[in-house]
Design a binder for this molecule. Structure first.
Ligand SMILES: Cc1cc2nc3c(=O)[nH]c(=O)nc-3n(C[C@H](O)[C@H](O)[C@H](O)COP(=O)(O)OP(=O)(O)OC[C@H]3O[C@@H](n4cnc5c(N)ncnc54)[C@H](O)[C@@H]3O)c2cc1C
Ligand SMILES: NC(=O)C1=CN([C@@H]2O[C@H](COP(=O)(O)OP(=O)(O)OC[C@H]3O[C@@H](n4cnc5c(N)ncnc54)[C@H](O)[C@@H]3O)[C@@H](O)[C@H]2O)C=CC1
Length: 443
């Protein structure tokens, strides 16, 4: 059996490794137009902000590793089109030479593309995105340029907030814009985003939320300012981070699509064409919180969907168990984690939800080291099943959110959480843990 995988980043890598490590009869061909693979984009802000020494360790595999496993892998090679009827992938190398690859099974792992604000002046030099390793290198070069004194970041989602912190850590004047009224509005409710906004402002980032950018301005072909609804501001470097769209350029005319253009897949990652699978940022996911298909572009989803597709192609039936979109962020030492739906997201999705809030110290007051933890649990009014949770603290609260992820996945109710067995040890938490107290406070 021959499987061709288009896209050899996180999702494609997971599918290829699953096939190569478990199904020795499989012939695997991987094709990617980039010069590199496995780059951890999450490291860009850490490296640009000099929180890690270099980008060297932000790659976790390479071309040779797949060749050693018997795969054929073509980098700097674009798939230009696919003949789905005859099972042929048309490819073009960087030097212009073309070749075809036939397939028995095809995996589309073509990921996502950054949304580009179509604004006047968008061709000026000094306007960047932050999707690729090469773009991270470009931004780092700009940050090292003394003439770059002010940086404007458009989009205060995860990428925008993280790169704004990085620019501040590099001593730049930083302005952060978003059309939403707060940062991180897609993931957290206002009582949480307000704390992040304060954290950003207190570290010197000028936040312009609820303010749309309308144009870039420049001199001698280089950006020098951005114009927004409430004013024009200096900007020697602009970083666009206003979200991703699924990259469906190869299959949109043949395969069934979700509302935002992602390939519709079933729980085995199969598209509407039985010989074609789609994984990662170009495909939909099943949300256990929504109990519906949706789109959540995360490396964690990319990897898991690659594993599921790999096993199904290899001959082992494996259904995706769905996702909760668990995610986290840490900005100037303030940590926020969330899973499932915020009240705002649940309401937008038409769910009738309630929520319980609580805030307390992590440990008993007699402990020398301590910090406050905010928590919100979101649950459906009728079924009382947990559909989301948000937590925030300077403490590492990441392990707590994994429990909520499992609770959502398994349909656990808020009432079952009230007396959940949670250990007590003063080093770690309080006799009445904030999860217990939050759940007990539910109506
Ligand atoms: C700055 C940044 C920080 C992030 N931080 C996090 C994080 O902390 N946690 C997290 O979970 N997620 C994070 N993400 C999101 C995560 O990187 C993506 O969800 C993940 O990369 C999706 O993997 P993928 O393989 O599906 O798609 P992609 O990574 O987009 O890879 C798709 C691949 O397909 C190739 N390709 C596309 N079309 C063709 C074609 N026609 N021919 C040949 N090759 C093609 C591309 O070259 C690319 O290599 C971050 C993203 C960015 C940009
Ligand atoms: N820590 C993590 O888990 C990380 C995850 N990622 C993932 O990568 C993907 C891309 O991240 P982002 O680009 O940050 O997308 P995002 O969806 O997280 O944020 C985009 C932001 O841009 C804003 N926006 C949209 N249009 C705008 C406009 N015209 N002007 C100003 N603001 C506008 C939105 O309100 C939103 O706040 C996301 O799926 C994200 O989850 C990225 C970085 C870190």
């Amino acid at each position: 059996m021959k499987t061709v995988i288009v896209g050899a980043n996180h999702a494609g890598i997971a599918a290829a490794n699953t096939l190569l490590d478990n199904y020795k009869d499989q012939q695997v061909v991987m094709i990617d137009r980039n010069t590199n693979l496995s780059y951890l984009g999450c490291g860009t802000a850490l490296w640009v902000g000099r929180q890690i020494d270099s980008y060297e360790n932000l790659f976790y595999t390479n071309k040779e590793a797949f060749e050693a496993k018997g795969a054929r892998i073509y980098l700097e090679t674009s798939v230009t089109s696919i003949d789905f009827a005859n099972h042929v992938v048309h490819c073009q190398k960087a030097d212009g030479t073309c070749f075809d690859e036939s397939y028995d099974k095809l995996v589309l792992a073509t990921g996502s593309l950054p949304i580009s604000p179509k604004l006047p002046g968008c061709d000026l030099e000094g306007i960047s995105f932050l999707k690729l390793f090469q773009q991270g290198q470009e931004v780092d070069r700009w940050m090292s340029d003394e003439s770059v004194r002010s940086v404007a970041v458009i989009g205060a989602g995860y990428i925008g907030v993280e790169i704004a912190e990085a620019a501040k850590r590099r001593g730049k004047e930083v302005r952060l814009f978003d059309i939403a009224p707060t940062s991180l509005a897609s993931y957290y409710d206002p009582s949480f985003t307000a704390v992040m906004d304060e954290n950003l402002a207190s570290h010197g980032i000028e936040c312009h939320f609820g303010e749309r950018v309308v144009a870039y301005h420049g001199e001698n072909g280089r950006v020098s300012a951005i114009e927004a609804e409430k004013g024009t501001y200096p900007a020697d470097l602009v970083i666009n981070a206003i979200g991703f769209v699924p990259n469906n350029e190869l299959g949109r005319d043949h395969l069934e699509l979700f509302a935002n253009g992602a390939y519709h897949v079933d729980r085995r990652q199969r598209t509407s064409d039985p010989d074609v699978y789609a994984i990662g940022d170009c495909a939909t996911v099943w949300s256990n919180a929504l109990a519906a298909e949706t789109y959540i572009a995360l490396a964690t989803n990319a990897v898991r969907s690659g594993i599921v597709a790999g096993h199904n192609i290899g001959g082992t039936r494996l259904d995706s168990i769905g996702v909760q979109g668990s995610n986290g962020i840490s900005i100037f030492g303030y940590n926020m984690v969330s899973t499932g739906l915020s009240v705002a997201a649940a309401t937008r999705a038409g769910l009738d939800v309630c929520h319980a809030d609580f805030e307390d110290l992590q440990r008993p007051g007699f402990m020398r080291e301590n910090a406050s933890v905010k928590i919100r649990i979101v649950y459906e009014r009728g079924s009382r099943r947990v559909v989301g949770a948000q937590m925030a603290s300077t403490e590492d609260i990441s392990m707590g959110i994994h429990m909520f992820s499992l609770a959502i996945e398994e349909g656990v109710t808020i009432d079952k959480l009230k007396l959940l067995d949670i250990f007590f040890l003063p080093h770690f938490n309080q006799p009445y843990n904030y999860i217990t107290m939050c759940a007990l406070g539910a109506e």
